[in-house]
Ligand binder design. Structure first.
Ligand code: NAD
Length: 501
């Protein structure tokens, strides 16, 4: 079954046809136990399509197919250890080319399903996914072990081997980009995959399956199964034949995945989790640049970024000026809220009614705990799940709005005096995903970037990831690293080989 959506927007005119089934073994199949879910356009609150929902029975089938694709086909034909890496590189490059060819359609689907601004979805989400697939295509034939000198009667060396069947679970905030971060390194290194997209945003994940077939991947090396987290996600997490799981989502769910691994087959676990990242702006910063990046840091993607700079620390000498200008930017972004396909739109809706309620509840909690909602704080921008860019001031360190991940366009602004004080305050969190430091004094900027307990430090910049640079969390923001050469290690296990000469 398919559905076709016709786009007649200023940004894109055309159609997209998406298969609504489960993609298992290179074919579209129905769930064993028929079930479905409506996919909603968050800019209007209306349903776009009805999509199949899997159960744990479908995961058993998908894992079986993936295992066969990996083991039987892998050793005899074109996948896994026996296939030359150049074969996998070629397939991945073909996939990237196809995605590029259909980039307008993918951007339109992503925008429709998530409420992202179309132009941003095209440049960053689709463009980012294409770059990521190409980057890891480049690694496919460069996976290398080492010879290790022990003694002259032995040859000893290491090999990087694929895990076999890898389970992958992704969130709704960057559906296509997160999919590319997951599948590209895992396929480049010769694994077979069972991936579950977020049930809220499955459209681009489903559409890319057709391109996977068109590119010529062996059937079964990439299976995409839509379903709910507690059923299908959990079935992946406990599956005894899945050797590795890579998860991106909330810290709460990350704990469940780790527990499920511990209680099943001790599968290797990589977790990319939530954040409450600091943006620190010193008196000696280029204030105009800091304003530009700080607003990008929290309002980009309507604040639904794991690396969002949601706690903004501003040194006392520039605090008042910064707040006035930052508030003006927030209001201007808010006044350009609207249809994500319109050219002038700068601000879209939150992804779902659940997220809308969650963000509004945090704004209320801030008020109740005695903080001031300085700017925004109200819904507004359209009939969907729109919330105005919001700045909260007069906060205390223990408040929920300071400690918990809001995952919306809501920044707390905090005044500080000294470098030492701000490092301590910024590190006063259970999260450690990213940090952003603004100062024209490079020594200070780097000193602070190094002192912050976070897996990514951006200096005079905010939220611009690079596929070649490792990404992951300190503290409760994650375990393991993705991207760059680190992702090759994430998806391979190392064997030490000892040969008696
Ligand atoms: P979520 O944890 O609710 O869901 C993420 C995925 O896990 C979804 O596919 C969901 O269906 C699935 N899931 C839910 N319960 C599950 C369970 N019990 N077992 C297995 N799978 C389950 O998160 P979300 O609301 O979709 O996404 C927002 C969160 O993701 C935020 O906390 C954000 O910071 C985080 N995130 C992190 C990164 C990163 O790289 N660190 C990137 C993007 C988003």
């Amino acid at each position: 079954k398919t559905f076709t959506h016709t786009f007649d927007t200023p940004a894109f005119k055309g159609t997209a046809t998406v298969n609504t089934g489960l993609f298992i073994g290179g074919k579209w199949v129905d769930p064993v136990d028929p079930a479905s879910i409506d996919v909603i356009n968050p800019a209007t609150g209306k349903a776009i399509a009805t999509i199949s929902l899997a159960s744990s029975k479908d995961i058993d089938i998908a894992v079986d197919v993936a295992k066969k694709a990996k083991i039987i086909k892998a050793y005899k034909t074109s996948w896994g250890l026996k296939a030359p890496g150049s074969v996998r590189a070629k397939l991945l490059n073909k996939l990237a080319d196809l995605l590029e060819k259909h980039s307008d359609e993918f951007a339109a689907l992503e925008s429709l399903n998530t409420g992202k601004i179309f132009a941003t979805a095209k440049a960053d989400d689709v463009g980012g996914a294409i770059s990521c697939i190409r980057y890891f295509a480049g690694w496919a034939d460069k996976v290398q072990g080492r010879t290790i000198e022990t003694n002259s009667t032995k040859l000893t060396y290491s090999r990087h081997e694929p895990y076999g069947v890898v389970g992958q679970i992704i969130p709704w905030n960057y559906p296509l980009m997160m999919l590319s971060w997951k599948i590209s390194p895992a396929l480049a290194t010769g694994n077979a995959i069972v991936l579950k997209p977020s049930e809220v945003t499955p459209l681009t994940a489903l559409r890319i399956c057709d391109l996977v077939n068109e590119a010529g991947f062996p059937p079964g090396v990439l299976n995409i199964v839509n379903g709910f987290g507690p059923t299908v996600g959990q079935a992946i997490a406990v599956h005894p034949l899945i050797e590795k799981i890579a998860f991106t989502g909330s810290t709460l769910t990350g704990r469940k995945i780790l527990k499920a691994s511990a209680e099943s087959n001790l599968k290797d676990v990589t977790l990319e989790l939530g954040g409450k990242s600091p943006t620190i702006i010193f008196d000696d910063a280029d204030v105009e640049q800091a304003l530009k990046w700080a607003s990008h840091g929290i309002f980009y993607n309507m604040g639904q970024s794991c690396t969002a700079g949601s706690r903004i620390f501003v040194q006392e000498g520039i605090y008042d000026t910064f707040l006035a200008k930052f508030s003006a930017i927030a209001k201007s972004v808010g006044s350009a809220a609207g249809d994500p396909f319109d050219e002038g739109t700068k601000h879209g809706p939150q992804v779902s009614s659940t997220q809308f309620d969650r963000v509004m509840a945090y704004i209320d909690s801030g008020k109740q705990e005695g903080a001031t909602v300085h700017t925004g704080g109200e819904p507004g921008g359209g009939e969907g799940y729109f919330i105005q860019p919001t700045i909260i001031t007069d906060v205390k360190p223990e408040m929920k709005v300071v400690q918990e991940e809001i995952f919306g366009p809501v920044a707390v602004l905090i005044k500080f005096k000294t470098e030492e004080e701000v490092i301590e305050s910024a590190n006063n969190t259970t999260f450690g995903l990213a940090s952003h430091v603004f100062s024209e004094n490079l020594g200070r900027a780097l000193r602070v970037a190094h002192a912050l307990e976070a897996g990514t430090a951006w200096v005079n910049l905010s939220q611009v990831p690079e596929v070649a640079v490792p990404f992951g969390g300190y503290k409760q923001s994650g375990i393991g690293r993705e991207m760059g050469e680190y992702a090759v290690n994430t998806y391979t296990q190392v064997k030490g080989v000892h040969v008696n000469l």
